[in-house]
Design a protein around this ligand. Structure first.
Ligand code: SAM
Length: 230
């Protein structure tokens, strides 16, 4: 029988073959989309982030963790399901003061820690890939009062699709660096459904942005949501 490899493991392994990890300079801007420079940057997490404790769920190679730790002096932890991604992130940015990278499932990481954070965020990361009712409740439990949650997702109306009519996940695909596609389950809510789920866990939605590249994208490609702990 063939062993099933997580699509996220396959993704990390392919990336490492094509571009071996080496030390990098932290990027000058935080990115919420796949188009550098599009939409807001780190200001979405708060005006002055110096000394703020931040957590990224599904940090991949750690570019945003490094940006926040280096340019904003915010101690930032990045968690990723795939140990190989965490190794990649450490090779890129382990030398940057204020960065911590940890391997684990976002939900289990939150369940296992007593730490609280000033902001928790996800950039096409764990939010949308884990049952929202469970993950948002844990996030809310670990946010300080007034703390910020921000997350970007593939837009539920990308390429003419429609948001989920219910709370169930749908089949989607991860596109690998070699352009092959691996199936995954994704929660594809519109902003109203996210607002309802957030509200049930004590989080109030404060903005929902539909982002698309003005020349390259005929449809919105990213949904970027922010919320605040009551
Ligand atoms: C599309 S990548 C985005 C990576 C990064 N945020 C970025 O913008 O470059 C999604 C990442 O989420 C991670 N991931 C998927 N499910 C997760 C989970 N349940 N807990 C933690 N990380 C997860 C994957 O391993 C992958 O590295």
């Amino acid at each position: 029988m063939l062993a099933q490899v997580s699509p996220w493991y396959a993704h990390a392994a392919q990336r490492l073959t094509t571009a071996p990890a080496h030390a990098l300079t932290p990027p000058a801007r935080m990115e919420w989309t796949t188009h550098p420079g599009l939409g807001p940057g780190a200001e979405l997490l708060g005006r002055d982030l110096r000394g703020k404790r931040l957590l990224e769920l599904g940090c991949g190679p750690g570019h945003n963790v490094a940006h926040l730790a280096h340019h904003h002096k915010a101690p930032t932890t990045g968690v990723d399901l795939i140990g190989l991604q965490v190794r990649r992130a450490r090779s890129h940015y382990g030398h940057i003061t204020g960065t911590t990278f940890s391997a684990g499932h976002a939900l289990h990481h939150l369940q296992a820690t007593t730490q609280t954070f000033d902001a928790i965020y996800s950039v096409f990361g764990a939010i949308g890939l884990v049952p929202p009712a469970l993950l948002l409740a844990e996030i809310s439990r670990h946010l300080a009062p007034g703390g910020v949650l921000a997350f970007s997702l593939p837009h539920p109306a990308r390429a003419g699709r429609h948001p989920s009519p219910d709370d169930h996940p749908r089949e989607d695909y991860v596109t690998m660096p070699d352009r092959t596609r691996h199936p995954i389950a994704r929660w594809e809510y519109d902003a109203h459904r996210w607002a309802a789920h957030l509200s049930r866990t004590g989080l109030r939605i404060t903005s929902a942005l539909d982002l698309r590249h003005p020349r390259l994208d005929p449809w919105p490609t990213t949904l970027l949501i922010t919320a605040r702990k009551r």
